[in-house]
Design a protein around this ligand. Structure first.
Ligand code: NAD
Length: 393
């Protein structure tokens, strides 16, 4: 079949098998020649198939030399229907890892369930003995609670009503204004149940209870802090409260495992399936891209995660709240001042001048394997096969 993008808002119902595989290969190849001798060698990534989780798996395997286990939620392909982008990325990762002599096991299904925790624990016990690192990089819209069976749905809302919040209609490249009502108490409780730290702690306890955490074990959970533009919806909204719960959880895990063993890592805003769904973020990310293009120093997920494992000492390089910070370039006062200056003037007409929407859009398409250089998208592909693009010898 010939696979074309079918995108509405932030959802693309198709994914290009070769494009997704190629992007994983490009990222792995960027790390060629790097050897992070001190990086953890047995790594579990929860949320391994996209965004920061995929970058973590790629960096730890190909720069750090780690064997990895990944967990993610995917849709397998059918003969007449493509699978999810993450399904192809997982298969591509497994092939590249095997070629590089790294062991890679992937479990697809619900990370929130006890069943998945047991499956992963069995794999660790059988294959690795123990793990040295658990990275929790899940971004899920909903969670079935393993004890109560209740399904909680995350609600991205501010805590007070906002009107005339600028955001981007990414389908049409238009700057629009939206009004958002305040979250209710149950919106907040549900969002914390999905995006807070409870499931992270359950993972650590489930694996720790079976003796699967090595003496050097550490665990990271990723967060976004952000600045003025995103604060109404992010920092001060339901997601920000859920992230505060993750920070409390880091402290309680560290009380059990030891100081510094559980860290929250603050990363920069990037385009991912999860972040595209948050109002304001696509507009903010397009402005940020433009400002960073002008200044230099643009970083993607691989750059951020490489810095985490290459440059950070997790025992000392932390802020006053104990978090590892890799968002300093985005949050630099000069960058945020420029974004604040552009924000009131950004309209549909001024978007091309003030923001980098084409760059945003092409990254968004890339999440689904489209727009990757060197791929002929007019060719037939088999949705069931994961192949890399052919290269001239
Ligand atoms: P993403 O959408 O790219 O990836 C989410 C991952 O979670 C995917 O692998 C998906 O399959 C998996 N997943 C979702 N529900 C699942 C379930 N029930 N069971 C198993 N797997 C499931 O997300 P992302 O943007 O990389 O976010 C990952 C983390 O990074 C989040 O904690 C997020 O807050 C944080 N973060 C993101 C940004 C950003 O700008 N994107 C910035 C800083 C921090």
């Amino acid at each position: 079949m010939i696979v074309k993008p079918r995108i509405r808002e932030f959802i693309c119902t198709t994914a290009h098998p070769v494009g997704c595989a190629e992007l994983v290969r490009h990222r792995a190849e960027r790390l060629r020649g790097l050897r992070l001798d001190d990086a953890p060698k047995r790594v579990l990534v929860i949320g391994c198939s996209g965004g920061y989780g995929l970058a973590t798996r790629i960096v730890t395997a190909f720069a750090g030399g780690a064997d990895t286990i990944g967990v993610s939620m995917e849709r397998a392909p059918e003969p007449d229907r493509t699978g999810s982008a993450g399904w192809y990325s997982n298969r591509a990762f497994e092939k590249l890892a095997a070629d590089a002599g790294r062991r890679a096991f992937t479990h697809e299904g619900d990370a929130f369930s006890d069943e998945m925790k047991n499956r992963v624990a069995d794999t660790i016990a059988e294959q690795f003995g123990q793990i040295d690192l658990l990275v929790y990089s899940l971004a899920a819209p909903a969670r079935r609670h393993p004890r109560t069976g209740e399904v909680h749905r995350a609600v991205v809302k501010p805590m007070v009503p906002f009107s005339q919040l600028k955001t981007l209609d990414t389908d049409h490249g238009r700057v629009i204004e939206v009004s958002l009502g305040a979250a209710t108490g149950s919106d907040l409780a549900d969002t914390i149940a999905v995006m807070g730290g409870e499931d992270w702690a359950l993972w650590v306890d489930a694996l720790g209870g079976r003796g699967l955490l090595s003496p050097a074990f550490r665990t990271y959970n990723y967060t976004y802090i952000g600045a003025d533009a995103t604060r109404p919806i992010y920092g001060d909204g339901t997601i920000g409260r859920a992230k505060a719960h993750v920070e409390e959880t880091a402290r309680s895990i560290a009380e059990r495992l030891g100081e510094g063993r559980a860290r929250v890592v603050a990363l920069k805003a990037i385009v991912t399936q999860a972040s595209s769904a948050i109002p304001i973020l696509p507009l903010y990310a397009s402005l940020l891209r433009a400002v960073m293009n002008d200044r230099g120093g643009q970083e993607d997920a691989i750059d951020q995660i490489l810095r985490l494992f290459r440059d950070v000492d997790p025992d000392c390089d932390v802020d006053e709240a104990g978090r590892i910070r890799l968002d300093e370039a985005e949050l630099a006062e000069s960058v945020q001042e420029e974004i604040r200056a552009r924000w009131p003037h950004v309209t549909t007409e001024s978007l091309p001048r003030l923001a980098d929407f084409p760059g945003y859009r092409s990254e968004q398409l890339g999440l689904f394997g489209f727009g990757v250089p060197g791929i002929d998208y007019s060719l037939d592909v088999d949705p069931m096969a994961v192949t890399f693009a052919e290269r001239a010898a």
